[in-house]
Design a protein around this ligand. Structure first.
Ligand code: PMP
Length: 401
């Protein structure tokens, strides 16, 4: 008899479990719209040309594999803060930004959660309803209490702005407010700049601390700067802000696990103390971060020619997703005779479309049509080709009615 009898079987992950089920399906028509990973029109994974160029440079230089410092690669940390805040942002010159390289977006969020747990005991994190499924796991495992604020209004398939502001106002003073910097996952609905200003107003009034999750910089609009506008607006008000970053999507570095946690503080002394504690938290968890992805980012962002090439490639990826979004909408609205308004598909931005399909309908998509997606009705348009739009339109119409 095993000493592990008391350990029950864990359920499959709601997002990554979808890829496992997809792999097991032997039907040729199958389509994986579960995980948010960019595919080419041929539905193949894509390694960016700038990434290959940066890797070639790295090979030529014959760099070694010594440990990085706990806080990560200095050139990466500089590049990532500049990409987020703008290179000439005064908070950088004033040394008010504590940047620590993290294990992509997830690891960076987890490190910040550990900081909250240790230095803000009892403080709550407010998360949007709905949100990326892993947010709840991250705060649960870090033993940080959380609650939800209203975000998505199914009636308008848009932002429930009044509800969002009311719930942020209602929360205990000094809570952390988790915000998606751009391309909200799973809804694809972002506040406007005027709405961001009002959100910043209530957060300031209530002495809350904004905590941005930036996993799609460049993927909402195609522009790195435009997609960082929300974060920069809060920072420009002189607020203290936490920001987790990920290069999984915008540089296609999914498996390299490269990202960062940035804490913008009101003094250089506070930033230095925060950074020292982030390092102290990281050391017993994973000791120090991996170097390969950090060097790629530092090379791409730090070299003007590669940086421009990256921007062009990102516009290409964001553009392909916009094209399939339009084609999917055209097919659905032409084929569906029920009179349902599908224009929400075009209003949503980023990698995803939040279709409004419920759990049963999402299961019909998978069981009958071999379309793999999360049960909250989210589909990743990054995994869709023009050639498959018509098939997907048929599947969605059939599952709805
Ligand atoms: N936050 C959000 C909202 C995401 O969608 C993702 C990726 N699915 C992440 C964070 C982090 O992903 P990763 O750990 O691969 O950077």
């Amino acid at each position: 008899v095993s000493r592990f009898e008391g350990i029950p079987m864990a359920p499959p992950d709601p997002i990554l479990g979808v890829s496992e089920a997809f792999k097991a399906d032997t039907n040729d028509v199958k389509l994986n719209l579960g995980v948010g990973a960019y595919r080419t029109e041929e539905l193949q994974p894509y390694v960016l040309n700038v990434v290959k160029k940066a890797e070639n440079l790295m090979l030529e230089r014959g760099e070694n594999k010594e440990y990085l410092p706990i806080e990560g690669l200095a050139a990466f940390n500089k590049a990532t803060a500049e990409l987020l805040l703008g290179a000439d942002n005064p908070v950088i010159k004033q040394q008010r930004v504590a940047t620590v390289q993290g294990l992509s977006g997830t690891g960076s969020l987890r490190l910040a959660a550990a900081l909250i747990e240790r230095y803000f005991p009892g403080a709550k994190v407010l998360i949007s309803s709905p949100t990326w499924g892993n947010h709840k796991n991250i705060f649960n495992d870090a033993r940080v209490p959380w609650s939800e604020y209203r975000y998505y209004d199914p009636k308008t398939v848009g932002l429930d702005f009044e509800g969002m502001v009311a719930d942020i106002k209602e929360a205990p003073e000094g809570s952390f407010v988790l915000l998606h910097g751009c391309a909200h996952n799973p809804t694809g609905i972002d506040p406007t700049l005027e709405q961001w200003e009002k959100i910043a107003d209530v957060i300031q009034q209530k002495n809350h601390i904004p905590f941005f999750d930036v996993a799609y910089q460049g993927f909402a609009s195609g522009s790195l700067d435009a997609d960082a506008a929300s974060v920069r607006l809060f920072v420009a008000r002189g607020m203290e802000v936490l920001v987790a970053q990920s290069y999984s999507k915008n540089l296609g570095l999914y498996a390299e696990r490269i990202g960062a946690i940035n804490v913008i503080s009101s003094s250089p002394e506070a930033a230095a103390r925060v950074k020292s504690q982030l390092k102290r938290l990281a050391r017993p968890m994973y000791s120090n971060p991996p170097v390969h992805g950090a060097r790629i980012v530092a090379n791409v962002v730090g070299d003007p020619a590669l940086f421009n090439e990256w921007k062009a490639e990102m516009e290409m990826m964001a553009g392909r997703i916009k094209t399939v979004r339009q084609k999917l909408y055209d097919n659905i609205s032409a084929k569906d005779k029920s009179g349902k308004d599908w224009s929400f598909i075009l209003k949503q931005i980023g990698m995803f479309s939040f279709t409004g399909l419920n759990k049963n309908q999402s299961e019909n998509m998978t069981n009958k049509w071999h379309v793999y997606m999360t049960k909250d009705g989210r589909i990743s348009l990054a995994g869709l080709s023009l050639a498959k739009c018509e098939y997907l339109a048929d599947a969605i119409i059939d599952s709805f009615h």
